[in-house]
Design a protein around this ligand. Structure first.
Ligand code: NAP
Length: 243
């Protein structure tokens, strides 16, 4: 029987690549917040791959909405085996100019969203005595970044949350790992200026940006049995940028 994977922010970018990759093996729940049309496109792709998938609209920062999403998933499939906390936003500004709202919204979606979803799936995974939670961090959460006080702090928080969930779940075979992407080509990075991208490339030993599929490949590995003895880790996918 196919296992069930929940991917938050599965409508675009990295989440879309993750949902599509998982759909060859898992029934995939494609969470989205605003991009319904794009979520439906991903749904069609997943179905083509033989997955009994569904889309679900929920703002991950809203704990009640997340709870009702996981209840619906359990009603339909009876288990949640993989949860990929991929939803994320940026609201960049230098710290002196960063508003409280900019700080709070990024923390609410990137960090609290990750907490909300992890908490909502954790009880079921403990009961199943198996599960893999995969959290999208960022290299910025390890080394900081000018103009991203909110984002960097949220991703550092995701790393700490990952290690805590890993410790709390290990005795019941519930694993939790984080992926720290470097610069991946998506709408999130498309908005950056060419001169900024040039300066980023100068610091990437492999001299190229990553693709969403580079992240999806690692998610596939961390979801399955080949990674059964790996938990509490942060794995960089960054062309050697941080080492
Ligand atoms: P993206 O193209 O901007 O896509 C972001 C996704 O998050 C969308 O599917 C969006 O869904 C969803 N999302 C936003 N707010 C949400 C909310 N409140 N509730 C639920 N979903 C929400 O971003 P990306 O580049 O693919 O990034 C994906 C993850 O990787 C993020 O956590 C990001 O921080 C991380 N990351 C990216 C890079 C990079 O270089 N791209 C580097 C390091 C880390 P809707 O459109 O439906 O709202």
């Amino acid at each position: 029987m196919r296992k069930t994977a929940l991917v938050t922010g599965g409508s675009r970018g990295i989440g879309r690549a993750i949902a599509t990759a998982l759909s060859h093996e898992y029934n995939v729940v494609i969470n989205y917040c605003g991009s319904e049309e794009k979520a439906n496109e991903v749904l069609a792709e997943c179905k083509k791959n033989g997955s009994d998938s569904m889309i679900f609209k929920a703002d991950v920062s809203d704990a009640a909405a997340v709870r009702s999403m996981t209840e619906s998933v359990l009603e339909k499939y009876g288990s949640i085996d993989i949860a990929v906390n991929n939803s994320g936003i940026t609201k960049d500004n230098l710290i002196l100019r960063m508003s409280e709202e900019e700080f709070d919204r990024v923390m609410d979606i990137n960090l609290k969203g990750c907490f909300n979803v992890s908490k909502a799936v954790f009880k079921q995974m403990l009961k199943q005595k198996s599960g893999s939670i995969i959290n999208m961090a960022s290299v910025v959460g390890e080394i900081g970044n000018i103009g991203q006080a909110n984002y960097a702090a949220s991703k550092a928080g995701v790393i700490a949350l990952t290690k805590t969930i890993a410790r709390e779940g290990a005795h019941k075979n519930v694993r939790c790992n984080a992926i720290a992407p470097g610069f991946i080509q998506t709408e999130m990075t498309d908005v950056l200026s060419d001169s900024f991208k040039e300066s980023v490339l100068a610091n990437i030993p492999m001299k190229k940006l990553g693709k969403p599929e580079d992240i999806a490949n690692l998610v596939l590995f961390l979801s399955g049995d080949n990674s059964r003895y790996i938990t509490g880790q942060v794995i960089n996918v960054d062309g050697g940028m941080v080492m």
